[in-house]
Design a protein around this ligand. Structure first.
Ligand code: ZN
Length: 198
C-alpha cells in the first residue's frame, strides 16, 4: 500500500463517516498528522466519551446523558402533547425553534416495507405503551415528508385513532422528501402551527 499502516487505518476510520469519500479521508488523515498532539488526544477522547456517556432515554428514546432525559424530566413542559419524530436530530431542530413546549417520542427510523422495516423494528411499541400510561391529549406526527415518513404517520394514526387521542400531522411547507432536521426554524414553526388533524 502507499501509506504507512497507521495512516491507512486512520483513512479507513474517516471513510466510515457519512459524506466522506476516499480523497477527503486522506486529506483529513494528513490534517490530523499536522494537528497539535493535545488537540488530537482531545478529539479522540471526545469521540469515545460521546459514544460511552450517551444513551437513549428510556421514556422518549432521545439521546441523553441522564435517564430520563432533561425534556422528559422537565415539569414545566406539557406532557399532554407528544411530538413523534424519526431522529434525535429532529428533536434538536424542534428545540431550536423554541415554540414547542410539549414532549417528544423518537422512533429511530421509519416504517419501510421495501427495506423490511416494520413498526416493531422502530420505537413504535414503546410509544403505544406510553399512551396507555400517560395522560396524552394530542400526538403530533412529525415524521419526514417522504414515502417512509408518511407510511409511518399513517400507521401510527390508524393504531392510535380508536383511543380518541387527537392526532395531527405537521403541515407540508417542509420541502417534500426533505428531512425535518434541515428545515429552518421559521419553516418548522409554520409546519407545526399549520398541522392538520388526521
Ligand atoms: Zn426523554
Amino acid at each position: 500500500m502507499y501509506y504507512p499502516e497507521p495512516i491507512s487505518k486512520l483513512v479507513d476510520s474517516f471513510t466510515k463517516l457519512p459524506g466522506i469519500g476516499p480523497k477527503t479521508a486522506v486529506r483529513l488523515a494528513f490534517f490530523v498528522l499536522n494537528m497539535e498532539e493535545d488537540d488530537v488526544l482531545d478529539f479522540a477522547k471526545n469521540l469515545a466519551n460521546a459514544k460511552r456517556e450517551l444513551t437513549h432515554c428510556s421514556v422518549c428514546g432521545h439521546i441523553t446523558d441522564t435517564d430520563p432525559c432533561r425534556i422528559c424530566d422537565d415539569r414545566e413542559r406539557d406532557g399532554s402533547i407528544i411530538c413523534v419524530v424519526q431522529d434525535p436530530k429532529d428533536v434538536i431542530a424542534m428545540e431550536k425553534m423554541k415554540d414547542y413546549q410539549g414532549k417528544y417520542h423518537v422512533l429511530h427510523g421509519a416504517i419501510s416495507p421495501m427495506d423490511g422495516i416494520g413498526p416493531e423494528d422502530i420505537n413504535v411499541p414503546p410509544l403505544i405503551e406510553r399512551l396507555k400510561d400517560e395522560e396524552v391529549k394530542e400526538l403530533i406526527l412529525a415524521t419526514n415528508p417522504n414515502v417512509e415518513g408518511e407510511a409511518t404517520a399513517m400507521y401510527i394514526s390508524r393504531l392510535v385513532k380508536p383511543s380518541g387521542i387527537r392526532i395531527s400531522r405537521i403541515a407540508h411547507g417542509l420541502p417534500v422528501g426533505g428531512d425535518l432536521e434541515y428545515a429552518d426554524e421559521v419553516t418548522l414553526s409554520k409546519a407545526l402551527e399549520g398541522r392538520r388533524d388526521l
